[in-house]
Design a protein around this ligand. Structure first.
Ligand code: DOR
Ligand code: ZN
Length: 345
């Protein structure tokens, strides 16, 4: 099959940043996706409904004229998030989830949670309101090997959390291991996962192809080929627990080509096309629509999109860099080809 028409997809995990940088990256997402769950790890983080509402207004103001893209906002969970904030978030109707970053795990996570036990009351209110908890699923212990941090998180944090809060909706974001795919598959229907294009397309070899490759560095870090294969199997299985979340995470070139480079890959410029490659290679292009356009909306109890897009199997060259505020960034596949494109785009 060289062409497929699907309902317009949504991106259930996206970093848009703010200001001039946001104005440059947002059109890539808005051209492809109807909606996106927008991550709250700004500086300072989006910890309250009032901050989320203000951020949403800045996003709407930055949209290209005529765009109907809808940002779905999230709150950044801290040790001190008051339970009343969850009720405010629900009432706002624009905050759709709460994001958990273990303190220190990744970009702008210093205000993250030091111990989930401190969030018990908040989690109970989330359970009551059906507000999903989105997890950056890695432990942060320096003595745990970086390639094992997701697996250990499942054992130490995720499994007990799912057990303790029997009604809590949980999304394990950007899963990277076979163990995560297995855990989510075996868990109750209120537990789901997002998958990124890079973890479906690349193994950890991509970090060192002919030398160190900072633009392939993200967190959780790319894993072995067996894990990539397990993630492709989960994504293309048709199981509604698995859905699209690019984790497109823009960083200026110089902050990645640096002696302490930032984690994050920018993929919004090909945010649906890269998944089409994955599904076509797996012989499962007919399952792309469920993964990209249905499963996430169903999980979040939002209506499915009615507009359609058509993807065609045609190669196009990714530019070596794209504008990013006062800087530029290096997009995924820079200087190489993507093999699907959106018809009429
Ligand atoms: O690679 C990543 N980049 N992982 C994250 O969890 C955060 C993200 C970012 O904000 O840059
Ligand atoms: Zn992210």
């Amino acid at each position: 099959m060289n062409q497929i028409t699907i309902s317009r997809p949504d991106d259930w995990h996206l970093h848009l940043r703010d200001g001039a940088a946001m104005r440059d990256v947002l059109p890539h997402t808005a051209a492809r996706f109807a909606r996106a769950i927008v991550m709250p790890n700004l500086r300072p983080p989006v910890t309250t409904t009032a901050l989320a509402l203000a951020y949403r207004e800045r996003i709407l103001a930055a949209l290209p004229a005529g765009s109907r893209f809808e940002p779905l906002m999230t709150l950044y969970l801290t040790d001190n998030t008051p339970p009343a904030e969850i009720a405010r978030a629900r009432e706002s109707r624009v905050v759709h989830a709460v994001k958990y970053y273990p303190a220190g795990a990744t970009t702008n996570s210093d205000s993250g949670v030091t111990d989930l036990a401190k969030c018990r009351a908040v989690l109970e209110v989330m359970e009551k309101h059906g507000m999903p908890l989105l997890l950056h699923g890695e432990v942060t212990d320096a003595d745990i090997d970086i390639f094992d941090r997701e697996r250990v998180f499942i054992e130490r944090t995720l499994a007990p959390l799912v057990e303790r809060f029997q009604g809590l909706k949980v999304v394990m974001e950007h899963i990277t291991t076979r163990e995560a795919a297995e855990f989510v598959t075996a868990a109750p229907p209120r537990v789901a996962a997002t998958l990124t294009p890079q973890h479906l397309l690349l193994s950890r070899n991509a970090l060192f192809t002919g030398g160190v490759r900072p633009h392939n560095y993200c967190l959780p870090i790319l894993k072995r080929e067996v894990h990539r294969a397990a993630l492709v199997a989960a994504a293309t299985s048709g199981n509604p627990k698995f859905f699209l979340g690019t984790d497109s995470a823009p960083h200026a070139r110089h902050t990645k080509e640096n002696d302490c480079g930032c984690a994050g890959m920018f993929s919004a410029h090909a945010g649906i096309e890269l998944y089409a490659e994955v599904f076509a290679a797996a012989g499962a292009i007919d399952r792309l629509e469920g993964f990209a356009s249905h499963h996430g909306a169903d999980f979040y109890a939002l209506p499915r999109n009615t507009e359609k897009i058509t993807l065609v199997r045609e190669s196009w060259a990714v530019p070596p860099s794209v504008p990013f505020g006062a800087d530029t960034l290096v997009p995924m596949r820079a200087g190489d080809f993507v093999h699907w494109r959106i018809a009429g785009a």
